[in-house]
Design a protein around this ligand. Structure first.
Ligand code: ARG
Length: 562
């Protein structure tokens, strides 16, 4: 039932229509006093009465329906308390009926959202800096699917640039095919680092690298074969990480894909008189009021740039997917780049420029223990996941040494801890990562939620809950608060989609788990007699299902035992 509407229908005020009254009905802040409230202040002037009097008159005029427990005038507000039994029954029945579809919606029906996320650079390490884009993007992907959108996940690979020329030179001088096939990115990285060292004393290597990159540009067969192979090796390796994080893509069209798609865009820019030549380079200048430096489109030597490829990609995505929105989950360091990109498209006269959204996020730093760094201060994401898993295993061995399938559980807990830790704060905030923090079983963490989930599973396994449900057993303070949280899940999913904020879901899951644990303590479920149990266990089952469903939106799996 939509209580706001039902309550608005009860309120009669002279000269005020239902349409005016409805938006004023709010969810009460102090849940002890009321569930919904209606402020009367707005009408004081027209009715020439004090809000207190108006509130009293409203209360007197209402004949209390069954779904309301009490109506009271307090300081110019009309406070409504819902009939708890009625409400609890309604929520439990609704959620039970919907099952795994609870929280789904059709707001996205017929609309496509493109999400550009992870977008790693080929032949470079998959490091901690890519964690946020990868899991925020993957989570938004799942959230929009749940909201009924058609979603296109795009890994805009950084697969173009002079580094490939360097890599070819390095491979020809020191590379071992077998070794690279076996050890993948790590082997590539080693020869790449070696190239940089050697090039310091032998700058000719850089010229050689440039000439090999030129060969890639010219589609030379040998150069292309090597280029494709480096790409393949990198993708094969990162795929393992994507699997662990439950991340998927519908397209791996990266920068090189746009090689032959930039020319028409450049031509259009010129035809529309938007380009200028400055010291031989092609640029687009912005109005002074924008306060932005010009966007560099082509260098003096004719080379295209990151921005040129993104321009071509924007058009390709619009033409291919006809998106309703096109998101870019990229660190805030690239704010200017995206502002320029969107502005150029707007200047070209395309109103869909307004549908392109940069979804920025803060930086990740590592606090506390020193991490294994194989090269300079790069922290490999894979190492972080492995360490988190090892630490999770250690904790499990202390807490529950006889647990079955420990390795699998440790993987879910370790990886889950890393993901949950990275998604729990507003995305724009910088993250200071620490293993102890994310693996704390008592904190605002993945393991805490997973532990709660396992507790639900164990309760449901131990106790038979097939009896008739007596909803009067669910009206105590802790139950009622829990039911209200359960009721909010669909709004939470919608809200996080609207704000591009998986943290809204993450924090909700934590509140749900906390409230469940209060309920669990209050209700003493394992001890209460059978007649009482069914109602409580129905709630346990619902909480368990929502936790699982919501955690899956973050890419986290929950073990049934831990
Ligand atoms: N590869 C880039 C980087 O690692 C991110 C690309 C983001 N996507 C885009 N369409 N520009 O910085």
């Amino acid at each position: 039932m939509d209580y706001k509407v039902q309550i608005a229908k009860l309120i009669k005020i002279d000269g005020a229509s239902f349409e005016e009254i409805l938006p004023l009905v709010v969810v009460a802040k102090d849940t002890g006093l009321a569930d919904y409230a209606f402020p009367c202040f707005k009408f004081a002037k027209t009715l020439r009465k004090s809000p207190l009097i108006i509130a009293n008159e409203v209360v007197d005029s209402i004949e209390k329906p069954a779904f309301v427990e009490s109506i009271e005038a307090v300081n110019g507000y009309v406070n409504f308390k819902l009939s708890k039994v009625n409400y609890v029954k309604e929520v439990v029945e609704k959620v039970k009926k919907l099952g795994d579809n609870y929280g789904n919606s059709d707001e996205g029906k017929g609309k496509t959202i493109c999400i550009d996320y992870s977008s790693i650079n080929i032949a470079k390490p998959f490091h901690m800096g890519h964690l946020s884009t990868t899991i925020i993007g993957a989570s938004l992907y799942k959230i929009y699917k749940k909201l009924g959108y058609n979603v296109v996940g795009i890994n805009h690979l950084g697969d173009w640039g002079t580094q490939f020329g360097k890599l070819i030179v390095a491979y020809k001088m020191w590379g071992d095919k077998e070794d690279i096939n076996q050890r993948g990115i790590n082997a590539l990285l080693e020869i790449y680092v070696k190239f940089h060292k050697e090039a310091e004393s032998n700058p000719d290597l850089n010229d050689l690298a440039r000439s090999w990159f030129k060969k890639i540009e010219d589609n030379d067969e040998e150069a292309m074969t090597l280029f494709m192979w480096f790409k393949e090796v990198t993708l094969r390796d990162v795929q393992k990480i994507y699997e662990r994080l439950d991340v998927h893509f519908d397209s791996y069209n990266g920068e090189s894909f746009y090689n032959d798609k930039m020319q028409p865009v450049l031509q259009e820019l010129e035809e529309k008189g938007l380009t200028k030549i400055s010291n031989g380079a092609t640029i687009v200048e912005f109005d002074e009021s924008e306060g932005m430096p010009p966007c560099l489109i082509k260098k003096a030597d004719g080379a295209t740039l990151y921005a040129t490829r993104d321009l071509a990609a924007a058009f390709y995505r619009k033409n291919t997917y006809n998106f309703y929105k096109s998101l870019y989950v990229v660190a805030y360091q690239q704010n200017l780049h995206f502002k320029q990109l969107f502005k150029v498209i707007e200047m070209m006269g395309y109103d869909w420029a307004k549908d392109m959204v940069h979804v920025p996020f803060g930086m990740v730093s590592i606090e506390g223990e020193k991490l294994s760094t194989r090269d300079g201060n790069v922290v490999f994401l894979e190492d972080v996941l492995n360490t988190a898993k090892a630490k999770a295993l250690q904790i499990i061995n202390e807490k529950n040494p006889s647990l079955e399938d420990k390795d699998n559980v440790a993987e879910m807990v370790g990886t889950g801890a890393v993901i949950f830790g990275a998604l729990v704060g507003s995305r724009i905030k910088d993250i200071s990562f620490s293993y102890d923090k994310v693996l704390n079983f008592e904190g605002e963490t993945g393991p805490y939620v997973q532990y709660t989930y396992a507790r639900c599973c164990s309760l449901l396994n131990k106790i038979d809950c097939s009896g008739e449900i007596n909803y009067n057993n669910l009206t105590t303070a802790e139950s009622y608060e829990l039911i209200k949280l359960i009721d909010r899940y669909p709004d939470i999913v919608a809200d996080s989609g609207e704000k591009y904020e998986p943290s809204i879901v993450t924090r909700y899951i934590y509140s749900l788990a906390c409230q469940f644990n209060k309920f669990y303590l209050e209700q003493n479920i394992s001890n209460s007699d059978m007649a009482d149990k069914s109602a409580r266990l129905a709630v346990v089952k619902i909480v368990k299902d929502i936790i699982k469903n919501a955690m899956s939106l973050l890419g986290i799996k929950c073990p049934t035992k831990m």
